[in-house]
Design a protein around this ligand. Structure first.
Ligand SMILES: NC(=O)c1ccc[n+]([C@@H]2O[C@H](COP(=O)([O-])OP(=O)(O)OC[C@H]3O[C@@H](n4cnc5c(N)ncnc54)[C@H](O)[C@@H]3O)[C@@H](O)[C@H]2O)c1
Length: 446
């Protein structure tokens, strides 16, 4: 009995130990499970929060920047005061315009022109380094003298856009911020998608949610005509054969604009600019880099078409483009949506803004040679298939009809103004004379 009792006790004890062990294991494993769940939940919260942030916020959190764009600093009472002050019109029934890309070439000129006639102007620009940002800062300083404030930020920053529309009831947006240039797409294709597609959607989203919804005038491009051969280019011509990623993103923009107009009642006007040039222009463009290289005695590369014919462009002077932008803003009807919803059909327009008289690139170089008093060292090569089109020529009858657009500056006059600005800005002295007989390096100093 004692033996049986002892055995029974032992068995009971062993089974007790087993139970204890298994419940300990259970407790340990459920503790482990609990901790793991917390860790997974924390990870998920962090991941979802991060991925639902707008691009700009993610960009700042990850501290990687697209081509070294300055990180935006915005917000606070002083900042809001500057934003309001800059956006307030000084004429009766004046506009309150948000100009994106205001530190850029067309943006800076347009901002000054709007301000001059009494409209309120607020700039927005990310000051990226696609070309020398010091030129953008110099334009910013020029605008600041006229009390135009440029917010340093990216159009992909949904928080910033929402804040701007919250602080100011913009009547209009002149949207010029974009990744410009055709050949740079071979090096940095995503910059085109970032600014010209994602950025455009971000701006349209903020605009359709704004109250009131602004009317939007934005820069498309003559490049949308792509491989179109019918000249002059009319707005009804084919634009479904882009020759570059830049052109494809601008064409996508026009399709996106159609959708936002259709769904949300946004009033949208696309302007197809034709090769804009002039003072404070873009250093990546041929007329600008040719001027620099001719002055430095460097050879310039001129493209010719596969059939040996000259490449030609409908070069359009900046003041004509600015008048076109203002004409489009003045005739833009109100958006019809409110509370993010469409209340009726809204205006949807596309216009060419060109000069209507193409000049060959060799002709452009000839004018520059005359103005600089130097002969260019020319390297003529067959145009590579990297996105450039051989010929552009605008038919502007729609913009003439609808807002009296009339380009008035020919290429020689416009380039004279550009060269005057260029030598003054870069502190270059030109001594005119027999260009062919002197070395270019002895002909200027900076
Ligand atoms: N200049 C031309 O010949 C020409 C021809 C056709 C179309 N366009 C279009 O006209 C507009 C203005 O061109 P531009 O010649 O003044 O170019 P620009 O490069 O001088 O100006 C564009 C400005 O936008 C800014 N920007 C770019 N991406 C941005 C972003 N994600 N967020 C905030 N700012 C951003 C840049 O910093 C720059 O200052 C562009 O949309 C361009 O595609 C220009």
């Amino acid at each position: 009995m004692a033996m049986a009792d002892g055995k029974g006790k032992l068995e009971r004890y062993n089974s007790y130990i087993r139970k204890m062990n298994s419940s300990k294991a259970l407790a340990a494993s459920s503790k482990l499970l609990f901790r793991a769940s917390i860790l997974i939940a924390l990870f998920l919260v962090f991941f979802l929060t991060l991925t639902s942030y707008p691009t700009e916020v993610r960009r700042r959190l990850s501290s990687t920047s697209s081509f070294g764009a300055a990180s935006a600093r915005w917000g606070g009472p002083l900042w809001e005061k500057q934003v309001r002050h800059s956006s307030t019109p000084r004429r009766p029934n004046g506009f309150s315009v948000l100009v994106t890309g205001a530190a850029g070439f067309v943006g800076s000129h347009s901002s000054l022109a709007l301000k001059k006639r009494g409209d309120g102007v607020l700039g927005l620009d990310n000051f990226n380094d696609y070309y020398d940002p010091s030129l953008k800062r110099a334009r910013q300083a020029l605008l600041a003298k006229q009390s135009i404030f440029i917010v340093d930020g990216d159009i992909n920053n949904a928080y910033l856009l929402a804040k701007l529309f919250d602080v100011v009831p913009f009547s209009h947006v002149l949207h010029l911020a974009a990744q410009a240039g055709v050949r740079y797409a071979l090096q940095n294709p995503s910059s085109y998608v970032h600014s010209n597609v994602a950025g455009l959607v971000s701006l349209f989203e903020a605009s359709r949610q704004a109250s009131p919804q602004p009317a939007i005038v934005w820069a498309s491009s003559s490049s949308v005509y792509g491989l179109n051969e019918k000249a002059p280019f009319s707005e009804v011509d084919r634009t479904d054969r882009p020759a570059s990623l830049y052109a494809a993103t601008k064409k996508s923009g026009e399709a996106i604009a159609h959708a936002y107009n259709h769904i949300y009642g946004l009033s949208l006007t696309a302007l197809r600019f034709f090769t804009v040039y002039g003072p404070w222009g873009r250093p990546d463009m041929a007329y600008f880099s040719f001027t620099k290289d001719i002055l430095q005695g460097k050879a310039i590369t001129i493209f010719e078409r596969a059939d040996g014919q000259d490449v030609a462009r409908d070069f359009t002077y900046i003041d004509d483009i600015v008048r076109g932008c203002i004409g489009a803003l003045d005739t833009a009807q109100r958006s019809t949506g409110s509370g993010g919803r469409k209340r009726g059909p809204a205006q949807l327009r596309v216009y060419n803004l060109g000069n209507t008289s193409p000049v060959t690139v060799k002709g452009l170089v000839g004018i520059l040679e005359g103005l600089l008093g130097l002969t260019a060292k020319k390297n003529v090569v067959r145009m590579p298939g990297n996105g450039d089109v051989p010929f552009t020529h605008a038919n502007v009858s729609s913009s003439v009809r609808d807002f009296g657009y009339r380009p008035t500056t020919d290429l020689a006059t416009g380039l004279r103004k550009f060269v005057k600005w260029y030598v003054n800005y870069y502190g270059i002295k030109i001594t005119k004379g027999d260009a062919a007989s002197s070395s270019s390096s002895s002909r200027y100093s900076s």
